[in-house]
Design a binder for this molecule. Structure first.
Ligand SMILES: [Zn+2]
Ligand SMILES: [Zn+2]
Length: 412
């Protein structure tokens, strides 16, 4: 499967010009063995360093891209944070022109951020279908304890070898599934904001993301058996979602309330006492069920008297977020995206918003699907107490200044 993403560049029906850094992706068995050919075709040359962790170095032993230098990081305690970045920067020679990441999400985020720091070109070789961020132009980082999306470099090409991806541990692909199913919420949040505030919305990008989500949903049943077609479609879907983010210029099409639940768990604020070592997509998958249940509950309410939106107070933020996180979250919400939204406006738009919510699968629906696939579905499955659900619903919108229905609960 080849994705020629140059066709997504240029003037779009939404009136904007979308530009793509990623020119080409290949998703097929043995793709890594041909990487030199692809590098050549896309004129990617210069002093090349390949970055692995010990696991991906072993998994790709018979097909390492030829490079001038190789870095193999220990996967123990390796995270996409300031320590991971320092670790890689220390190991890089001075004259790097091309950085190739061979790994899953963490290796990609660290490498793409370093590529931006040192001005190198970036090439992505995913080794698992675990997240949708391979094509991203930003790195999802926990920076001094706070979840941040930092400027980074999108890959010029993506070489996804299905031989490697289908043999990665199955929980990684299930995590990729969780990251994708979250798009039902993310796309709804985006559309709701468009209806309510006129936020820029692109039908083409939303359609690409929704199609990618359906592709993944339809193919997920073959994860457990290691079906080659399943992994091809799963990887393709994840890449398309990433390309849609690239088209838009930020994560809006792919990340809404469900991601904010994942992020707040990752930040683990002192006042909330939640923490989890679950994978990104596992947390997003659980967050999706929580958001779906809450959104359908809201859509089912009768005779709501909508209130004007009120910004988060310092006291409110301070109840949960302390120390460095307090300042970070305060700064994040300083220019509150929902400021000025009036109850009247919500009432006016409510029937349209309700129609959008109805398109989200119900929590029961999602639970059935998760159960069949053996995907983590409850907070307890990711080692968070189930009774934390209400606090997560309340506080998770603070972590990202973005209009979501979860943030607008305050008006309801
Ligand atoms: Zn567009
Ligand atoms: Zn995600």
């Amino acid at each position: 499967m080849i994705i020629d993403s140059t066709k997504y560049s240029g003037k779009c029906s939404c009136g904007r010009e979308h530009s793509m850094v990623t020119k080409f992706s290949v998703v097929e068995s043995g793709a890594l063995k041909n990487i030199d050919k692809y590098l050549n075709e896309y004129d990617i040359k210069g002093f090349t360093v390949t970055v692995y962790d010990e696991n991906t170095y072993k998994a790709t032993a018979d097909r390492h891209p030829s490079a001038d230098y190789e870095v193999v990081l220990s996967p123990d305690n390796l995270h996409a944070n300031e320590h991971g970045v320092d670790l890689l920067l220390e190991k890089l020679p001075d004259n790097v022109e091309v950085l190739i990441a061979v790994g899953s999400g963490t290796i990609h985020d660290i490498t793409r951020y370093c590529a931006w720091k040192i001005g190198a070109e970036f090439v992505s070789c995913p080794t698992a279908a675990s997240v949708d961020g391979f094509c991203s132009s930003v790195a999802a980082m926990t920076w001094h304890g706070c979840k941040k999306t930092l400027t980074a470099v999108a890959p010029k090409i993506v070489v996804a070898d299905i031989d490697i991806i289908k043999n990665a541990p199955k929980y990684l692909a299930k995590s990729g599934f969780g990251d994708m199913i979250g798009k039902y919420i993310a796309l709804t949040d985006w559309k709701i904001s468009n209806i309510l505030t006129g936020e820029i919305y692109c039908d083409s990008i939303a359609e690409i993301t929704m199609n990618a989500t359906k592709e993944v949903m339809e193919s997920a049943a073959g994860i457990e058996s290691g079906n080659e077609k399943t992994f091809e479609k799963l990887t393709y879907g994840l890449l398309m979602s990433g390309l849609a983010m690239q088209m838009f210029g930020n994560s809006r099409p792919a990340s809404g309330a469900e991601h904010h639940i994942s992020h707040i768990i990752e930040m683990s604020p002192k006042g909330l006492s939640v923490s989890s070592d679950a994978l990104h997509g596992e947390k997003v998958g659980v967050g999706t069920i929580i958001a779906a249940r809450e959104y359908h509950r809201i859509a089912g309410l009768q005779d709501i008297s909508f209130k004007n939106y009120e910004e988060y107070s310092k006291e409110y933020i301070g109840k949960i977020f302390t120390d460095e996180l307090y300042d970070e979250i305060l700064a994040e919400n300083e220019k509150d995206c929902a400021s000025g939204i009036k109850g009247e406006r919500l009432a006016e738009c409510w029937s349209k918003i309700r129609e959008e919510i109805k398109k989200i699968p119900t929590a029961e629906n999602l639970c059935d699907i998760y159960e069949k696939l053996g995907v983590k579905m409850k907070l307890a499955d990711i080692n968070v107490a189930d009774e934390k659900e209400q606090e997560l619903i309340e506080y998770s919108p603070c972590v990202r200044n973005r209009v979501t229905l979860m943030r607008l609960r305050k008006c309801i």
